[in-house]
Unconditional design. Structure first.
Length: 319
């Protein structure tokens, strides 16, 4: 899965030719490291068909450059590394959608982002099933208006979207999963909502692993009623109001009027799913300790009985 080194290497070799025979490149020498930074970012932007106004790179003539200037490439090194990981997920999506992955293997979207760790999640891979991927790619139609209808390029943006969500909230539909509002819309300008289960298990890299399992990602219809009715302020765990404003521009709707009194960019309360999980873990620990105590008691009673038998036999021998 995720043949990152070969795939990214091939991308960089293919695109790096655009640096050659450029008068601008001749005027300013660019190091291999700076070139890799720029090309990694550009490859990711191309893979998700990123709009021009969101791109950090641009094509000048036949050469790729940073809009901020190639001399500033080093300051983008962290983001370039993230882009390489996003490309790894994109490669897996390409493989899975063409039948190139083992059918039982899950897809790793990303490692658990910091905002979820702050909310109480543990660092686990965030996995997604291939079956859910196939369902997500089915196009919407008049006969199937509730299909998700994602394109492959839209799905490839998910790792980046999960890093900077608009809202984390207790899921109104189930208490064992967290609801996440992403800063993106689908083709019908419906805001994207995801659900994450913190104690999932999945098959990844030939092993069964613990995962923060992504149950679904979809464009939410009737979202005005949903945000104002079901997703009430007491359910909000985290909100980024700047991201919320961006999402409202994308959706061309006002979405979050009920949340003006909430403190932004902080964990407001522990997610219900984490509380439930910790409660279950406490019960399991208590049961384990109780079982060990019972085993210890039984062991002590067994030893005492054995000692009594030995003493009795010894007494009879003396008689």
């Amino acid at each position: 899965m995720g043949l990152l080194n070969d795939s990214l290497g091939n991308r960089i070799k293919a695109i790096s030719s655009l640096f050659k025979n450029s008068k601008r490149a001749e005027m300013k020498t660019i190091s291999d490291r700076e070139k890799e930074i720029i090309l990694s970012i550009h490859a990711y932007e191309d893979s998700v068909v990123m709009p021009e106004d969101e791109r950090l790179t641009t094509l000048v003539g036949k050469t790729i450059h940073l809009k901020a200037g190639d001399e500033n490439a080093e300051s983008y090194s962290k983001y370039a590394k993230e882009c390489q990981e996003y490309l790894r997920f994109g490669d897996d999506i390409d493989l899975a959608s063409s039948g190139g992955l083992d059918r039982f293997s899950y897809l790793k979207i990303c490692d658990t982002p910091q905002v979820l760790l702050n909310a109480g999640f543990k660092q686990k891979p965030m996995l997604y099933t291939q079956n859910h991927l196939r369902e997500a790619l089915k196009p919407k139609s008049k006969n199937h208006p509730h299909r998700h209808g994602f394109s492959i390029s839209e799905i490839k943006r998910w790792p980046e979207l999960f890093k900077a969500p608009v809202i984390l909230a207790d899921n109104p539909s189930r208490n064992d999963a967290l609801l996440v509002v992403l800063c993106a819309v689908d083709g019908d300008k419906l805001p994207l909502i995801a659900s994450i289960k913190p104690d999932g298990k999945g098959h990844y890299e030939m092993d069964t692993v613990e995962t923060n399992l992504v149950l679904t990602v979809f464009g939410k219809d009737n979202y005005m009623n949903y945000f104002q009715g079901a997703l009430t302020p007491d359910k909000i765990v985290y909100i980024d109001k700047k991201q919320g404003q961006k999402l409202e521009r994308l959706a061309e709707r006002q979405l979050f009027g009920n949340y003006s009194s909430l403190d932004p960019n902080c964990i407001i309360h522990q997610p219900q799913c984490i509380y439930k999980l910790q409660e279950m873990e406490s019960i399991d620990i208590s049961r384990s300790l109780t079982n060990k105590a019972l085993e210890t008691r039984d062991s002590c009673e067994s030893l005492a009985n054995q000692r009594n038998v030995v003493e009795h036999d010894s007494h009879e021998e003396r008689i």
